[in-house]
Design a protein around this ligand. Structure first.
Ligand code: MG
Length: 261
């Protein structure tokens, strides 16, 4: 028998075409159980993840986020002892002036997106230059600081768990540029009496660069002291943004949060 010279290619194409026609299985029922779960590998009965529409860009809030600041209103925040939020909205930006502010809502584990800007003409040095911060659960500070050519102690650098763990690298842009913070915060686990049974953790990305990778938080962040989880802790608490009083003020924009289970 004589074959056409292209016979192997024609045959292979036919096999590929047949394979493409056959739909891919959307799950299996005959695979082993994944240890520690009720699910089989590729289990057809395992619920599919919910659909969440992403924002237009990674700065924009996804559909299921709580928008804390959209450039218009400071209403998601309050000042000390329930006073109205003292920070003004200017140019679609939240201007840090008038003392610390707190979210009206309480949060535990969460994903937070926040952008900040310090000015090139900012006076001062070290911790007095463009200092602010995000205090998760009103306790654990993810440091914000103008760290561009500004020597300071490592555990007070931008992205530090303040007073505990320096960032893996210094990832800030020069002042005058917006800096982007994306933080995954895992709240400490507490028993029914509020005693901590498992510490809090934080993963921090600044300007697309990972600076904390599931870092264990040793306790509430404090200045010039060590810390621990002594006493009672809540399951949720407001997020605090810091006014460190540096001039000109730090500015914030695009703040949104997604509570995590
Ligand atoms: Mg600070």
């Amino acid at each position: 028998m004589k074959f056409h010279p292209l016979f192997p290619i024609i045959t292979l194409s036919a096999v590929v075409a047949f394979a493409e026609d056959k739909p891919s299985p959307i799950g299996y029922e005959d695979t082993p159980l994944i240890p520690g779960t009720q699910w089989r590998v590729h289990d057809i009965k395992r619920p599919a993840p919910n659909v969440v529409a992403p924002g237009k860009t990674s700065a924009d809030a996804p559909a299921d986020a709580v928008v804390l600041f959209d450039g218009k209103s400071n209403e998601q925040f309050r000042g000390k002892d329930g006073a109205p939020c003292p920070w003004k909205v200017e140019n679609g930006e939240l201007v840090v002036k008038g003392g610390d502010i707190w979210t009206k809502e309480s949060f535990g584990s969460c994903q937070l997106h926040i952008e900040w800007l310090t000015q090139p003409e900012t006076k001062g040095n070290s911790q007095k230059k463009g200092n602010s911060g995000v205090f998760f659960m009103d306790r654990y500070e993810a440091q914000i600081l103008d760290c561009y050519n500004n020597p300071t102690y490592a555990d007070g650098s931008a992205g530090a768990v303040y007073g505990q763990t320096p960032p893996l690298v210094n990832a800030v842009r020069p002042p005058g540029n917006w800096q982007v913070y994306d933080v995954i915060f895992t709240a400490a686990k507490v028993d029914q009496d509020g005693a901590v049974t498992e510490p809090a953790y934080v993963t921090t990305i600044i300007n697309g660069i990972c600076v904390q990778n599931h870092t264990k938080i040793m306790g509430p962040t404090v200045h010039r002291q060590t810390t621990s989880y002594k006493g009672k802790f809540p399951g949720q608490a407001p997020i605090r943004l810091q006014d460190h009083g540096n001039e000109p003020p730090v500015r914030f924009r695009n703040i949104w949060i997604r509570p995590l289970p």
